[in-house]
Design a binder for this molecule. Structure first.
Ligand code: UP5
Ligand code: MG
Length: 190
């Protein structure tokens, strides 16, 4: 197998907490490869693949797609890239996601960012977004928030105990939040 110097950051937070927005700024400033699990799943739907219909049904209901499906897509994304510095956005969403990644990829994240945002702010942001996502309606947003509340904590707690968690206050302007994120990556640049 190819020897690669992997540097993996998981980017977590509820729906609309600003994961994608901040990942774009990290890419701009620190040259990472951004792999959004949700985006990879939406591409899978758009490509009419075998799993597409199942994935669409789950996303419409705000449910978590079976780990194996998501991890395989992340794996493909990682393999198609020479750069070993990855931002994995919106994954792992529960303990099963987390252990599946460890088993299939055989690696752990170096850092885990967690965007901490109140529900009312997340709802406001998602409803304001106008990109035609099938899950950006109030019914599905409520379901996404429920799933998030029920499943994210064990993952956050696991990495917190390993000393890998960077919790970021996600209230403020995009630039204000990035100034909280920047030091996490500036430290790695040396
Ligand atoms: N915005 C951003 N920052 C702002 C700020 N500081 N102030 C004001 N507005 C701000 O931001 C959301 C909106 O807010 C945007 O319009 C932005 O301009 C504005 P964004 O950066 O897009 O937030 P993000 O956290 O990325 O929100 P997103 O909706 O993408 O998060 P989700 O976690 O809900 O969505 P994701 O795409 O990751 O997953 C979608 C679905 O896929 C899941 O519900 C699930 O069904 C499925 N899925 C899995 O099953 N498994 C996975 O591993 C991943 C996804
Ligand atoms: Mg996103």
């Amino acid at each position: 197998s190819k020897e690669k110097n992997l540097y993996i950051t998981f980017v977590l937070g509820g729906p609309g907490s600003g994961k994608g927005t901040q990942c774009a700024k990290i890419v701009e400033n620190f040259g990472y490869t951004h792999l959004s699990a949700g985006e990879l799943l939406r591409q899978e739907i758009a490509s009419n693949s075998e799993d597409g219909v199942m994935i669409l049904d789950m996303i419409k209901e705000g449910k978590i797609v079976p780990s194996e499906v998501t991890v395989k897509l992340i794996q493909k994304g990682m393999e198609s890239c020479d750069n070993g510095k990855f931002l994995i956005d919106g994954f792992p969403r529960n303990e099963e996601n987390r252990t599946a990644f460890e088993q299939i990829i055989g690696a752990e994240p170096n850092i885990v960012l967690f965007f901490d945002c109140p529900e009312e702010e997340m709802i406001k942001r998602v409803l304001n977004r106008n990109e035609g996502r099938v899950d950006d309606n109030i019914e599905t947003i409520r379901k996404r928030l429920k799933v998030f509340a029920a499943s994210h904590y064990p993952v956050i707690d696991y990495y917190s105990k390993k000393g890998k968690l960077c919790k970021i206050d996600a209230i403020g302007t995009e630039d204000e939040i990035f100034e909280r994120v920047r030091p996490v990556f500036a430290a790695c640049e040396g």
